[in-house]
Write a protein that binds this ligand. Structure first.
Ligand code: ATP
Ligand code: MG
Length: 511
């Protein structure tokens, strides 16, 4: 059995090579008959795309794109749902050494403009369903799937050269989720592939015989890194489902396609648990992107027959800490902990924040935000040694990591530091609570610093709200802690969230 460090080192040396090309690494070196993607339509009909088919189509499209002027280093945005044309387009771009800028299909015009302009995108590839969102953009070339692209592909000879981009060359430029403010631009170099494969293999334990489904959208880091890029670098297959997410449809896709290894955000699991979806036996279940509340953990065990493993990462890092599944690195799960550093990363708690030791982490690749030197500088301390994540957390005596809250979300009330997540975990156990966010707001009496306030989406009728507010206060006081009980409970129709479903507590704090 090769040593874990040796394996990581081998990937790193391969993907950091000066002649590295993403399309070669993600597609051309794999068995052409192996399945690269399974696609599932709204009506649960399935189809597959092999590495061979993907290679052929993307070679032809690459020639067409080159004729249209796309060159190495160019930023090209792709606004498409999870269809074969999406992955063909990405590979075609990477053949030419161009840089993919993901655009989420749930975006409206403003979010698209922000990314297209800030990345200085030269071309946007899209589909008819999304085309109208691009009408307002000026000076940007647009190419739509359908007759346009078919002609381009049909008339073109396959592109045969492999552009040497190299380990430090860029292949993705994406934006953070915007949970704490304006999204920040992150450029991903080719050598990050080693980090992505390390997580696919050791963190998720995706094996050749698995039916793997990462249900996150490839418009975001989680879905792009681990639903598109990592499975391809590892020669595995992901399932891409075009249907809109509902708890029932998710369970139905799992059953119909025999999914064995599932990865999704806590909001997906929570929605499934509230709808009592399943049971669906799985070999592996993993979660990332937001804290995993204990109620979902409990529900997961009975529904999937395995625990949902909590994993932690960022757009800037990829996945770095986790309850890793692979037996070579797995350790017993400890309640409330998100686990240990991934091989290739060294992490710790520095100044109360989760931090990554950039100098000791072989797989660390982040070099700072695009066009935001001040924001970048805030992240690196001790002459660049430590990268601060902006998340408050701690480690225990055995090196298990615990997430407290985003640093900005920590509530300072009467001298206590309260993590909103702990309070939310209690409130969400109430059967009438559908969704909840807890924030600190300035104490109107000016004595406690901040006071805890809860924003609750409930299934209870308005006339029951007063009584429910009291019940919720008592619930926190009696089962968690007196100092953390919410002074005010606001009943709202929905919580402010990013398009990827993360709660934007900064908007609630503003009131
Ligand atoms: P922005 O940086 O624009 O405010 P964002 O931080 O949500 O948005 P992402 O990079 O998509 O953008 O998300 C990373 C963040 O998600 C982490 O810093 C952390 O706050 C949260 N997160 C990810 N995984 C977990 C987890 N397992 N438990 C708790 N929080 C998590
Ligand atoms: Mg962030």
């Amino acid at each position: 059995m090769p040593d874990v460090d040796d394996t990581v080192e081998r990937w790193l040396s391969e993907y950091a090579a000066p002649d590295a090309n993403v399309a070669t690494l993600l597609c051309d070196r794999h068995d052409p008959d192996a399945v690269a993607f399974r696609f599932v339509d709204e009506d649960l009909a399935g189809s597959t795309l092999t590495y061979g088919e993907l290679g052929d189509r993307s070679r032809r499209l690459a020639t067409g794109l080159a004729d249209r002027g796309v060159e190495r280093g160019d930023r090209v945005a792709v606004l498409m749902s999870k269809r074969p044309e999406l992955v063909v387009a990405l590979l075609a771009l990477w053949r030419l050494g161009a840089v993919h800028v993901p655009l989420f299909t749930a975006f409206a015009g403003g979010a698209i403009r922000l990314r297209v302009e800030s990345a200085q995108t030269r071309l946007v590839l899209t589909e008819p369903e999304q085309r109208a969102k691009l009408d307002a953009l000026e000076g940007v070339d647009v190419l739509e799937t359908g007759p346009d692209v078919d002609r381009l592909v049909g008339d073109s000879a396959p592109w045969t050269t492999s552009e040497a981009v190299g380990g430090d060359g860029a292949f993705l430029q994406l934006y953070t989720s915007g949970t704490t403010g304006k999204p920040k631009g992150v450029v991903v170099p080719v050598r990050a592939l080693a980090a992505f494969q390390t997580y696919l293999h050791y963190g998720l334990d995706v094996r050749a015989e698995d039916v793997y489904w990462n249900a996150a959208d490839p418009g975001w880091a989680y879905g792009l890194y681990y639903g598109v890029v990592a499975p391809m670098v590892g020669g595995r297959a992901n399932l891409l489902s075009r249907g809109t997410f509902t708890p029932g449809s998710t369970a139905a896709v799992m059953q119909r396609f025999g999914v064995t290894n599932f990865a999704g955000a806590p909001t997906m699991y929570r929605a499934m648990s509230k709808a009592a979806a399943g049971p669906v036996p799985l070999r592996r279940a993993s979660s990332a992107g937001e804290p995993l509340t204990p109620d979902v953990v409990e529900w997961g065990k009975t529904t999937f027959g395995v625990p949902i493993a909590d994993h932690y990462g960022q757009t800037e890092l990829g996945m770095v800490i986790g309850n890793h599944w692979h037996e070579d690195v797995a350790r017993p799960i400890r309640a409330g902990s998100m686990g240990h550093p991934l091989p290739g990363f060294v992490a710790g708690a520095v100044d109360g924040q989760i931090a990554v030791d950039a100098s000791a982490s072989r797989l660390f690749w982040f070099e700072g935000y695009q066009d935001a030197p001040e924001k970048s500088a805030e992240r690196f301390i001790e002459a660049g040694r430590w990268y601060l994540t902006g998340d408050a957390g701690r480690t225990d005596e055995d090196g298990y990591f615990f997430f407290t809250a985003r640093d900005d979300d920590v509530i300072l009330a009467s001298g206590y530091r309260i993590g909103p997540f702990d309070v939310e975990s209690v409130l969400v156990t109430h059967p009438a609570v559908v969704d909840v966010a807890v924030v600190g707001r300035p104490d109107p009496e000016g004595v406690r610093g901040e006071v805890v306030e809860a924003f609750v989406v409930t299934s209870a009728p308005p006339e029951a709200h007063d009584a429910l507010a009291r019940e919720l206060q008592v619930l926190v006081r009696d089962t968690y802690s007196r100092h953390a009980y919410p002074r005010t409970v606001h009943f709202v129709d929905a919580l402010p969230k990013t398009p990827s479903g993360k709660i934007q507590r900064f908007l609630l704090r503003r009131g």
